[in-house]
Design a protein around this ligand. Structure first.
Ligand SMILES: *[C@@H]1O[C@H](CO)[C@@H](O)[C@H](O)[C@H]1NC(C)=O
Ligand SMILES: *[C@@H]1O[C@H](CO)[C@@H](O)[C@H](O)[C@H]1NC(C)=O
Ligand SMILES: *[C@@H]1O[C@H](CO)[C@@H](O)[C@H](O)[C@H]1NC(C)=O
Ligand SMILES: *[C@@H]1O[C@H](CO)[C@@H](O)[C@H](O)[C@H]1NC(C)=O
Length: 370
């Protein structure tokens, strides 16, 4: 057990929710405690407003995500995975393992510069991992509790690039005698629609609609970042003992993102039961069809892209869909189990690790509200 770690809410304000343009990195670099070297490292990557249909392994080849697709092949795809319809409620549920309704944060995102935050009586995933010997790091543009250990820096560069570089530094500098928990929450592909020219150029001829093209470029830049992080884990010699998780925080936003074939938009509670086709034969990538359905595009809020990738999952159990229900609150108890602790944690989420590895099927997870 490490020393106890507590995020303290100072009387400062929460001033970053809307400041997505600012390259805003929040780093919690916590003191080193003793740990068992056989505990897996965990890299949890959160993508912001990533459309369900906008990863290569779901889509129709329109947006290139070769690194994410490779992770999906080397792991399991969560095909019945639920989050909240907005970033704040999803992220606070992730951090605490508690339903939004129990945190009092179910309504919307926290307002800018509010003194509200995650209630102090709830321990975070960082508390839990730290207690189990992990070095914990967070790269985020948001803050949920103002913390004096937090580093806020305007890095003045494209955040996908900046966050990737910081993640690489943390992995490279990591003392491997201790397990590592890295929460890497990218800002991409959230609007504003901006991407380095090299990525935009990849879609110049294939995506005629400017907004969709910029969005696609952002997704591919994100994918590149993911690939670089994976390569850095390999270079550091710790990839084989690492679990990588990728999660969207909610569905993509109309009209540049696509959640096809799910119904609903970011901010909505649709779950995707209904299939809307518009007579487009699923070819959302064609310009004519895109223009035809643009005003009718449907986007999903609460069913999201998710995957778990690791050499620790038996080869015969990889490259498959997990269709049992998984919810964002399940990560906290699941990561605690990945850390080697089998005791159950009193939160709303359920430990799904054995089920994800397909070594033991969990009884059906109860449904939940967000
Ligand atoms: C890594 O941590 C171990 C245990 O605390 C320590 O003995 C070792 O010197 C550290 N290695 C480096 C390179 O700092
Ligand atoms: C992972 O383990 C496999 C099998 O032991 C080994 O061949 C491979 O080189 C290792 N890869 C890394 C990146 O450590
Ligand atoms: C996995 O899920 C995807 C998306 O829902 C679907 O297109 C694909 O056919 C599924 N694959 C298998 C093997 O069931
Ligand atoms: C603890 O959990 C791990 C991983 O879920 C499992 O492999 C192991 O058998 C469990 N140990 C006990 C004593 O239940």
């Amino acid at each position: 057990m490490g020393t106890s770690f507590q995020l303290d809410l100072k009387n400062g304000s929460l001033c970053s929710l809307k400041q997505k343009l600012v390259a805003f990195t929040l780093l919690l670099t916590l003191a080193v405690t003793s740990g068992q070297s056989d505990q897996p490292n965990i890299v949890f990557i959160m993508a912001d407003d990533l459309g369900f249909n906008d990863v290569g392994y779901h889509g129709y080849g329109e947006i290139m995500t070769p690194n994410i697709d490779a992770l999906a092949r080397d792991g399991v795809r969560l095909e019945n995975y639920y989050v909240a319809p907005l970033c704040g409620p999803t992220r606070t549920q992730f951090l605490t393992g508690r339903y939004s309704i129990h945190l009092g944060l179910q309504g919307s995102n926290l307002a800018e510069c509010t003194k509200e935050g995650v209630p102090l009586e709830y321990r975070t995933i960082a508390n839990e991992m730290k207690d189990r010997g992990y070095a914990t790091h967070m790269i985020e543009y948001m803050d949920y509790r103002n913390n004096e250990d937090t580093y806020h820096g305007d890095l003045g560069e494209y955040t996908t690039t900046a966050f990737t570089r910081r993640a690489q530094e943390l992995i490279t500098d990591h003392n491997t005698t201790q397990p590592m928990f890295l929460y890497l929450a990218y800002q991409a592909p959230h609007y504003p629609l901006e991407a380095p020219t090299s990525y935009v150029n990849m879609y110049m001829s294939s995506i005629p609609i400017k907004e969709r093209r910029l969005y696609a470029a952002m997704v591919t830049a994100l994918d590149d970042g993911v690939g670089q992080v994976v390569q850095t884990l390999k270079d550091a010699g710790i990839y084989n003992n690492t679990v990588i998780i990728l999660s969207a925080d909610n569905g993509g936003l109309a009209p540049f993102a696509s959640n096809y074939p799910l119904k609903g938009s970011k901010g909505e509670f649709y779950q995707g039961e209904k299939l809307y086709n518009f007579g487009c034969k699923h070819k959302m990538e064609t310009c004519a069809c895109l223009q035809q359905v643009q005003s009718l595009y449907y986007f999903v809020g609460v069913r999201a892209v998710g995957l778990v990738s690791s050499p620790l999952i038996k080869a015969s159990k990889r490259n498959r869909n997990v269709t049992s229900l998984m919810h964002i609150t399940d990560w906290l108890p699941t990561l605690v189990n990945i850390a080697g602790d089998n005791t159950s944690i009193e939160v709303d989420g359920f430990n799904q690790w054995m089920s994800l590895k397909k070594e033991k099927i969990l009884k059906d997870r109860k449904c939940c509200t967000t």
